[in-house]
Ligand binder design. Structure first.
Ligand SMILES: Cc1ncc(COP(=O)(O)O)c(C=O)c1O
Length: 267
């Protein structure tokens, strides 16, 4: 609900007053790219609306406020910023009533919880040069990093270079592109990044891809959805891996592509 639209606020308040079982208010101001102060303002508006509904209802009808997710992620470095602590401090300054115990508080953080805990790792199938720049052609492109490939300025990713054995690649930084496998020229995971030169057999790791990249795969070129593997320290200095999502099989792709209906239009 756009609360400032004519009549909208009153419509929401009435909706609550006419439905005594409505007890929560929810705001999600959008994911990424919204300044912290703007997010806090969104929470303040939601709180003010809850207070108004309760005043007009003459009772504590709204007992819980859900402030959604939306905390942005820093995709440019290892630093986790802004932090939950910074957001909580700003909220308690901007909307002190949110924390005085009268309201239950629900959050729906997604990207900020998960992005830095996932990495897309792709083998370099071959390396070439185009437009005067080295290009490492990998198995990860538009089918796994859809937003990054179609809107590279809004969703750039950091790439880390590893050798064939998975060791960090050494060597001078070279400005290069990292491309995906799809059939169009713009299928680029990264443009003009400075990295040790990626060569055939090396690995390119697209960092901070633990959040939306898990779900953004689509069936372009019938490229299979990759497996997802979790890892955890064993306590004895080793790392144990476990399959979290199995890679898509060729049979599944054929089924999804309509294998059961191949003769649907044949008389
Ligand atoms: C209603 C709602 N809550 C929470 C989220 C998660 O947002 P984020 O991943 O930015 O924390 C979304 C995603 O846009 C959403 O639509």
């Amino acid at each position: 609900m756009a609360l400032r639209d004519e009549g909208a606020r009153e419509w929401v308040v009435r909706a609550y007053l006419e439905r005594p079982w409505l007890t929560r208010l929810h705001a999600h101001t959008g994911s990424q790219g919204i300044a912290l102060t703007m997010m806090a303002r969104g929470a303040a508006e939601t709180y003010a609306l809850a207070e108004e509904i309760n005043r007009r209802a003459g009772r504590r009808q709204v007992d819980t406020i859900d402030i959604g997710g939306g905390l942005p992620v820093n995709f440019a470095s290892e630093a986790s910023s802004p932090t939950y602590g910074q957001y909580a401090r700003l909220l308690s300054e901007t909307v002190p009533g949110l924390f005085d115990g009268r309201y239950g508080l629900v959050t729906e953080f997604g990207r900020s919880l998960l992005a830095k805990h996932g990495t897309v790792v792709a083998r370099v199938e071959y390396a070439k040069s185009a437009g005067g720049r080295p290009v490492a052609v990998t198995h990860a492109g538009v089918q796994v990093a859809t937003r990054t490939v179609y809107a590279p300025d809004s969703w750039p990713l950091r790439i880390a270079a590893y050798d064939a054995e998975g060791r960090p690649k050494k060597g001078p930084a070279v400005v290069q592109d990292v491309a995906g496998p799809a059939c169009f020229a713009g299928d680029l995971l990264a443009r003009a990044q400075s990295l040790p030169l990626l060569e055939q057999g090396d690995h390119a790791a697209a960092l901070d891809t633990g959040a939306y990249y898990f779900a953004h795969h689509y069936a372009y070129n019938s490229l299979p959805r990759p497996g997802v593997y979790g890892f955890t320290p064993t306590g004895t200095g080793d790392i144990a891996f476990a399959t979290v999502r199995a890679p898509q099989t060729i049979e599944e792709i054929v089924t999804e592509s309509g294998a059961a209906h191949t003769d649907a239009l044949l008389g």
